[in-house]
Design a binder for this molecule. Sequence first.
Ligand code: G6D
Length: 328
Amino acid sequence: MNRNLKLITLKNSNGVEVDIINFGCIITSLRVPDKEGDLVNVVVGLSSPEDYLKKEYQSKAIYLGATIGRYAGRISSGSFSIDENKYNLQNENGVHLHGGKEGFDKKIWNIEDYKENKSVTFSYLSKDGEEGYPGNLKVKATFELLKSNSLKITYKAETDKATPVNLTTHPYFNLNGRGSILKHDLEILSDAYLEVDKHLVPSGKKIGSKNTRFDFNEKSKIGRKDFKGLDDAFILREDKLRVATLFSEESGIKMQVFTNQPAMVVYTNPKFPEFSFADNAEYYDFPSICFEPQNYPDAPNQSSFPNSILKPGETYLNEIIYKFGVKS
Ligand code: G6D
């Protein structure tokens, strides 16, 4: 294994096991018991940790299982301003995505703290000017495996100059460990989503989702009649921590998503490139679904969106829990 690349495994007494590498804090596998008690890998991963370092993988920009930053999602016009200072970011056709050319998903993180089988904290110093962002940003990402079969991810960050920050995680879930998610049941507790333009940049308008194809307030099959694929920011209810539930009848595995964030991007990729996946898993059309709790995309340029600027002396905090159980 590349000498800078480290793999950390956390395990709990119910047999749940998660593997995370220090490259991009990528969750490479997450094994949870199904209704028969057999372990299923519920996140899509490549067959070896080195595969994430290869060009074939990185050129596809799919951010498999990775931590995203300094700003997850899209920033319009490839720039933003703070107090009259304009900052230009790496962009394609005016759109900056997922922190730029070499975002946090492609950095080797330090292992700051490790509690055997229980938790690991990675740290990364993003220097002033990296990818165009102002300020030295100290980031910590903690992954904890709880007795309740929950994977808790906590992102914290501090800066020495005002800067936009929006961190999240990008695991691709499939509760059968193979195939497609079209027959999974989905519930998202959200009354509105953000309207976007053809570059998927928010227009600034929030659209009510009641009775639209974005309404998953009542649990339904992902592949229901009006499904066209999702790559959208759902606005979360302020009084709720549990924001989504995913369930597969086939494996009996249920996953609940909790967060303190104001929005969640839900992304269903139509297909995967031809990679060699962990356990030789084969995936079909709509192989997986990502739940990416975060602030609103393009918040640095949209004054009606929640504040996205972290100032010196403040601490950024994003808490995400993916909790697993079975139901027959
Ligand atoms: C995301 O919203 C984006 C997608 O558009 C992108 O393709 C994917 O990450 C890799 O969640």
